[in-house]
Design a protein around this ligand. Structure first.
Ligand code: HEM
Length: 491
């Protein structure tokens, strides 16, 4: 879809940097120039920060007070308070370096790749999911269910999901004979039930003193007083949504990182050398990031070259407006076409090719100093615009540095050989699903440990991290039991 929109942009945008298209009765202003997106969604954010209704999700905008999906909400009171709470929790977590969750999960992932490399697509998503489940509920074992649940919502909200998102009148068939509504009811009810259970479980553990810090505990201790969240139901939704939204968003660039590195062994070698020099043989951490500009440049270039939300996320206009002489009616959708922004040949010369040097060498339009700070992915058009801009930019950057850094430290990422012909199996560059957040179609590749010593060190690192995690959980539970017995004795 983004390719078609881009093709039309070349034909119809002209010097305006936008064009209007009617799709099944909906007016969409497709924006192909960053400056226009800035003017409409940042400078005029006050009137252009609503969301379009997603037909196949009950009350997606939360107009009727369902309060369920922060990123899909209209610009209303629920959105404002949930955005505030999400921002506060994610900022606190990033200041605390995610309480070590990213390091722990990256180490687990390396060992899973050593033991079962062919399962890399699953273990990659599972790593992202475990990080989020750890942060939200202190329980990485919830990851598989959480990923399935995220997949269900992502499919439901995407234009390429149920047909009722496109042929919207079908949605209005009475529920009793409407297969799409019935399927959505089931998906919705299961998800709500699961989110609610998570919060109740957290509360039950807190009463026994057994709940370690996490977003759910943070809310139950004090969140409702500071945030105006209306109660358990809304809290379970906003916390559940934080867990869901951090899975495929991060897994997308991570999957494309594998594609970039397999196709660009020279850059892979440069990243490996940089890590080896800067970290003197150990796995990189976030403290090393200022000394790893090549790693950051390859991450950023991967996100530019293969953006994982290529259509962008639509805003809806809240009032009539006249823009550059054109009348735009209230309710018009503004689609910031990220694929077009990131393929602008003036800002990104040679846009179709992977050129990390554009972030590292003076003379390129996107070069910025100091290299201890730049390149950074924060502020990329990929993260959206104005009042609706993504809240997960720091988390994404940190997780990509940790995960891509760990991969480059441990493995040579290579094509896999066909066992019969001995030839390299292809790693396609342009095959993906077409949901709102995309990922490459399944492919095969090889994860070759860089040396036996590295492999052994990765195994040791995970054994150490796992033992420490067990010890900490055990000590916490032991202290809680002592406290509980003491308070019972006092009664
Ligand atoms: C590569 C990773 C990611 C990309 C490309 C991405 C992209 C986006 C985009 C395009 C939007 C909509 C912006 C707009 O409407 O203008 C958005 C919103 C949002 N993102 Fe992200 N995101 C990523 C990661 C994350 C992560 C890791 C989290 C949190 C754990 C997160 C949380 C959110 C939230 C809560 C919103 C809704 C904001 C609102 O509607 O007010 N995102 N993201």
């Amino acid at each position: 879809m983004w390719l078609k929109f881009h093709e039309w942009a070349k034909q119809y945008s002209g010097v305006n940097g936008f064009y209007m298209v009617e799709i099944l009765g909906t007016s969409i202003l497709v924006v192909s120039d960053e400056a226009v997106a800035e003017e409409l969604m940042v400078k005029r954010a006050k009137y252009n920060s609503d969301r379009p209704e997603i037909r196949s999700i009950f009350d997606s905008k939360s107009t009727d007070g369902s309060m369920e999906y922060l990123p899909l909400m209209g610009k209303n009171q629920y959105w404002a308070r949930q955005r505030r709470l999400t921002h506060a929790y994610l900022t606190e977590a990033s200041n605390a370096h995610y309480y070590g969750a990213m390091y722990h999960e990256a180490k687990r992932w390396l060992v899973r790749l050593l033991e079962n490399p062919d399962d890399f697509q699953f273990s990659l998503e599972d790593m992202a999911s475990k990080v989020m489940c750890q942060l939200t509920w202190d329980d990485p074992s919830l990851s598989e269910y959480c990923t399935r649940s995220a997949w269900g919502l992502l499919t439901q909200m995407s234009p390429a999901g149920p047909i009722t998102n496109v042929l919207t009148p079908l949605w209005h068939i009475p529920e009793i004979i409407n297969p799409w509504k019935r399927a959505e009811r089931k998906r919705h009810d299961e998800q709500q039930e699961w989110w609610k259970e998570r919060l109740l479980h957290t509360r039950a553990k807190m009463m026994l003193g057994l709940q370690r810090p996490c977003f759910a505990r943070q809310y139950l201790e004090k969140g409702h007083k500071r945030s105006n969240i209306s109660g358990d139901y809304e809290a379970s939704c906003v916390i559940g949504m934080i867990a869901l939204v951090g899975i495929f968003t991060v897994a997308g660039p991570l999957s494309y990182w594998l594609v970039s590195m397999v196709h660009h062994p020279r850059w892979q070698a440069l990243v490996q050398k940089e890590i080896d020099d800067a970290c003197q043989g150990r796995m990189p951490t976030l403290e090393d990031a200022p000394r790893l500009p090549t790693l950051r440049a390859c991450i950023k270039e991967t996100m530019r070259w293969k953006p994982n939300v290529p259509t962008g996320v639509a805003h809806e206009m809240e009032a009539d407006d006249v823009y550059r002489g054109y009348f735009l009616a209230k309710g018009t959708r503004i689609l910031p076409l990220d694929w077009a922004f990131l393929r602008n040949p003036i800002k990104y010369p040679d846009p179709d090719n992977f050129r990390p040097e554009r972030w590292l060498e003076p003379g390129w339009p996107t070069y910025q100093e100091p290299l201890t700070q730049y390149p950074t992915i924060k502020g990329m058009t990929t993260f959206g615009w104005g009042q609706r801009q993504c809240l997960g930019q720091t988390l994404t950057q940190d997780e990509l540095i940790v995960a891509c850094g760990a991969l480059s430290w441990c493995f040579n990422l290579k094509p896999k050989k066909d066992l019969t012909t001995g030839l390299d199996l292809p790693v396609p560059l342009d095959k993906s699903n077409s949901l709102l957040i995309i990922k490459p179609d399944p492919f095969q590749m090889a994860f070759e440990p860089r040396s036996e010593a590295r492999k052994q060190e990765a195994l040791r690192e995970w054994a150490k991290s796992e033992a420490q995690d067990r010890r900490e959980r055990y000590e916490f539970a032991k202290q809680a039991t002592i406290m509980l017995e003491k308070s019972r004795a006092e009664i």
